[in-house]
Write a protein that binds this ligand. Structure first.
Ligand code: DX5
Ligand code: ZN
Length: 214
């Protein structure tokens, strides 16, 4: 299992030790949650903070933009050195064009779907993306309860990927712990985001190892 710990649950007053823990851990990525107070009812952090984080982080960055008009920020995300740029399907009326522009900037393109967005809305984009991020909570806050129907959605998405020429991987975000992570792994998830479960643990780096083993 690929694991992408979310910085949202780290100690914002003292990020360096948490970043050093991530760097030394088995984490595959660092997940950065950008919120604008419009697309989601919360504001997290922006580019000045992410630039400072990118400087100290040796893991590839997995940027999750919970913002309107994410296409405005493609070059700034690229300049961070991000490997993956995730945009919400619900925020992109011109989704195909946004995906093309992310690729043209040299990044992997991910499309994210909210809990209320069906998997079948991805039929015409699935062959063009590198990743689908399935939200298993309504985006905006860490520490929320896992929405169980995400497991069925991962199953459906796995079938859609298998039945097309898509090489997209499946990432899941929200309420992930060892129990929900196991169900997601069985349903076909490739990558798990975990915020509060990692940073709230007594031993965060051991918790990352346990998620990796799912
Ligand atoms: C929620 C964010 C998540 C969040 C997950 O809007 O997209 O990445 O950090 O937090 P947990 O793992 O605590 O549900
Ligand atoms: Zn996220």
């Amino acid at each position: 299992m690929l694991v992408s710990p979310s910085l949202l649950s780290a100690d914002f007053g003292c990020l360096a030790p948490d970043l050093e823990m991530i760097n030394a851990s088995e984490a595959d990525y660092l997940h950065l949650d950008v919120m604008d107070g419009v697309f989601v009812p919360n504001i997290s952090f922006g580019f000045p903070v992410m630039k400072a984080v990118a400087k100290r982080c040796t893991k590839p960055l997995d940027v999750h933009l919970m913002i309107v008009q994410p296409e405005k920020w493609i070059s700034q995300v690229r300049d961070l050195g991000a490997e993956i740029m995730n945009v919400h399907q619900e925020a992109c009326p011109q989704l195909h064009s946004v995906i093309q522009r992310i690729h043209a900037a040299g990044m992997k393109a991910g499309v994210t779907i909210n809990p209320g967005t069906p998997v079948n809305t991805l039929v015409d984009i699935i062959e063009d993306v590198d990743l689908v991020l399935v939200m298993s909570v309504n985006p905006g806050f860490g520490g929320q309860k896992f929405i169980p129907h995400a497991v069925r959605k991962v199953n459906e998405l796995r079938q859609l990927i298998t039945s097309t020429a898509s090489s997209a991987i499946i990432e899941v975000d929200g309420g992930v712990n060892l129990e929900t992570g196991r169900l997601l792994a069985e349903a076909g998830a490739d990558m798990l985001v975990a915020g509060s479960f990692v940073f709230g643990a007594d031993n965060p780096s051991d918790t990352i190892c346990k998620l990796k083993q799912l």
